[in-house]
Each structure stands twice: as C-alpha cells, then as structure tokens.
Design a binder for this molecule. Sequence first.
Ligand code: ZN
Length: 128
Amino acid sequence: MRVECSKCERAIQLAQPYPYAAGMSDVSFAYHETLPAVLVIPRRDERWTELTGGCFAHDASAAQLKRVEDALMPYHMGGHFRFDAKPRCPLCNAEFEQTPWPAGFYVCFGEMIDSTTHSVWEFEHDEP
Ligand SMILES: [Zn+2]
C-alpha cells in the first residue's frame, strides 16, 4: 500500500497490502515515541497475559498499558514504545497527526517488532 506523508508530501511505499486490524489479528500495538517503528504484542504472549490478565488490547486499562510499557526493554536504537505514540514517516520522521485509517488499525513504517519473536521484555519471569 502507499501512503502520502502530509509533512514531506512524499509517497511511502509499504510492504503490507492494507492497514492491519489489531482486533482481527488479536494483537496490541505501540509505536515508537520518536522513530518510525512499531511493536506488536500478540495476546498469546505470556508477558502480556501476566501484565494485563490476558485481556484484548482495546479492553486494557491505562494502568495495564503503563505496566506493559514499563516491562519493555528500550528499543535497540534507543527510546521506547508507547501505546499513545503516533506513527512516523520513515522518510522525514514527522508524526502522523491523523492517519488515513481508523483507530485500532496499524501500519508498519520502518521496523516492525513482534514481541513473540524478538527479545523485548525487560526481564523474563523464569529468571531468579
Ligand atoms: Zn514525511
């Protein structure tokens, strides 16, 4: 799919064919606070279950989401993923104030990190 950045007005070509619906794929997502990257946490992730009681992303309370944010390691390029962060243009890094897709859908600009295949959690619960 293609998206045009409202800031630099360049067309961004994305590998994904359409915005993904978090509810359909049963994941939560959080964009990076300053970089074009998105973290995707499938509901089956044990840490998500532990931190939120295994609820659906849209049912998670602000306190639960904060707990999840606090349990995450810093991104490998620095900074953090925040559930209230907006997606960023991979060409000029401008925030998308408004996205052409509805809330609850996400698009991968830059890097997409899946919490079940990348090491994202600050500590594992089976450590002493
Ligand atoms: Zn841009």
